[in-house]
Design a binder for this molecule. Structure first.
Ligand SMILES: [Mg+2]
Length: 269
């Protein structure tokens, strides 16, 4: 073979290999996304999901009412937004249907569309707090650039007093502890945290693996239902990245493998 044609043949082989690698990466991404179909079905269609969210907010209301007032300090509740007060499951369903991974770009487009729904019970709870001398702070890791669309979406849904003081989006640090401390420092008596992610209750579980996250739950179990109210979210969360160290930096193929490896399974007979 001439040198030129051998060079070209190699070039074609390299391109083919690169193409194969890309398509197997695409396939793995599709498979990852498809694994959320049942979670999205449950989230959007089951009465059980809605019963759980009502249970959470009914309990939150009792906990808020029973929390003791501190002299001179107004009561406040800190809630997360996504999959706590706002239902973005249509974005997750779109991912599952089209095999799309999460990206900041598509998430921002979804946010700008202002099509999030209210989680059942969330608006009633926020209105209850607001009409009983409490302040709801909405502390979320949504991007600042999506602030106006987020507030507009919340106002459409009936969330009270959604404004620049109460809606606190990402400061560039996904650990929410600093923002929680700022609210307390401003003189509020924070009586309750509501979220779908353990990180919504403070910085202790931030960037921790699932073993550490479970240990946090075990050592704080008495606070759930009184100071911490948790909403179910099987669609996504830091529990997923908690499956393995550096999970978010793994290739789609490696993520699929980690998910399989983390199944605690019957040996089968
Ligand atoms: Mg959330």
């Amino acid at each position: 073979m001439h040198k030129t044609s051998s060079f070209m043949a190699c070039g074609v082989a390299v391109l083919l290999l690169a193409g194969c690698a890309q398509s197997s990466q695409q396939q793995a991404n599709q498979q990852l996304a498809k694994q959320s179909v049942m979670a999205a079905n449950w989230f959007q269609q089951s009465g059980e999901y809605q019963a759980l969210t009502w249970q959470a907010f009914n309990l939150a209301q009792v906990a808020f009412d029973q929390a003791s007032s501190l002299d001179g300090k107004p009561k406040a509740v800190i809630v997360d937004l996504d999959e706590t007060m706002l239902d973005n499951s249509a974005y997750s369903a779109w991912q599952a249907q089209h095999g799309q991974p999460f990206t900041d770009k598509t998430w921002s487009a979804w946010t700008q569309a202002k099509q999030a729904l209210a989680v059942p019970g969330a608006v009633d709870f926020a209105q209850h707090v607001d009409s009983h001398s409490g302040t709801v702070f909405y502390v979320s890791n949504r991007a600042q650039q999506d602030f106006a669309a987020t507030v507009a979406n919340m106002q459409q849904l009936g969330f009270p007093r959604a404004n620049a003081e109460t809606v606190r989006l990402s400061t560039g640090n996904s650990n929410k502890q600093e923002r929680f401390d700022a609210i307390k420092k401003a003189g509020y008596n924070v009586v309750l945290y509501v979220g779908d992610n353990l990180n919504d209750f403070g910085g202790a579980t931030w960037h921790q693996d699932n073993r550490q996250r479970r240990a946090f739950v075990a050592s704080n179990h008495a606070r759930f239902g009184t100071q911490f109210i948790i909403l179910p979210n099987p669609l996504y969360g830091d529990w997923e990245s908690g499956l393995a160290a550096g999970y978010n930096k793994l290739t789609p193929q490696q993520k699929l493998q980690v998910r399989e490896e983390n199944l605690r399974s019957w040996s089968g007979k």
